[in-house]
Design a protein around this ligand. Structure first.
Ligand code: 5GP
Length: 182
């Protein structure tokens, strides 16, 4: 997408082609690991909607897709770790294999909270698939079973990820290099 769409200065980090190639690999690995077992793909809204849609198409298993809405409090670019569920699961997941699909693991606080939430609902297994990971900012160690890319401590937008709710529809992942606060 052209620069005209950005008010902040953004540099491309991963092109749509690079993202899709990595998702195909993740999908193949997940397909192999679960060996025909039914899987609940748990898309964490809002940021993961695009990743989950592409990942679902790369997985060749009997799949159910569920959505969980979360909002983590903090300022525009830093999570406080206080997580609120804004949309709960439509169906129970007890005794099922659940794969949590996250856009990005930053401090790890959100995923740590989600892991406990889903385990408390008696899922048979809970694993994590994250598109991006920023290890430099880890506050809570969470083990990511399937990871797209490890990135530096930069604020990224696009491919579902927002800047104050903007840029989610940008097909690439970009780094905000000189925020104007807009
Ligand atoms: P954590 O709880 O791991 O610190 O952060 C989780 C959430 O913060 C992510 O799901 C995402 O919504 C948001 N977040 C963290 N880093 C970034 C980033 O670089 N860009 C955007 N757009 N959101 C981020």
């Amino acid at each position: 997408m052209g620069d005209a769409w950005y008010r902040e200065k953004v540099e491309t980090l991963y092109t749509p082609e690079q993202i899709q190639a990595r998702i195909r690999e993740l999908g193949a690995q997940i397909t192999r690991d679960y060996r025909n077992r039914p899987l609940v793909l748990l898309c964490v809204l809002k940021g993961s909607f695009m990743f989950a849609a592409d990942l679902a198409r790369a997985i060749d298993l009997p799949l159910r897709v569920e959505f969980l809405g979360v909002q983590s409090y903090g300022d525009d670019t830093t999570s406080s770790g206080v997580v609120q569920i804004t949309l709960d699961l439509a169906r129970p997941v007890d005794a099922e294999d659940v794969l949590i699909v996250e856009d990005i693991v930053d401090t790890g606080l959100t995923l740590d909270y989600l892991m406990h939430q889903i385990q408390a609902r008696n899922a048979a297994t809970v694993k994590i698939c994250a598109l991006l990971h920023k290890p430099a900012r880890t506050k809570k160690q969470v083990s990511i079973d399937y990871l797209g890319f490890t990135i530096d401590d930069v604020f990224v937008v696009g491919y579902g990820l927002d800047w104050a709710q903007k840029y989610r529809n940008v097909p690439e992942i970009g780094v905000v290099t000189s925020p104007t606060g807009g």
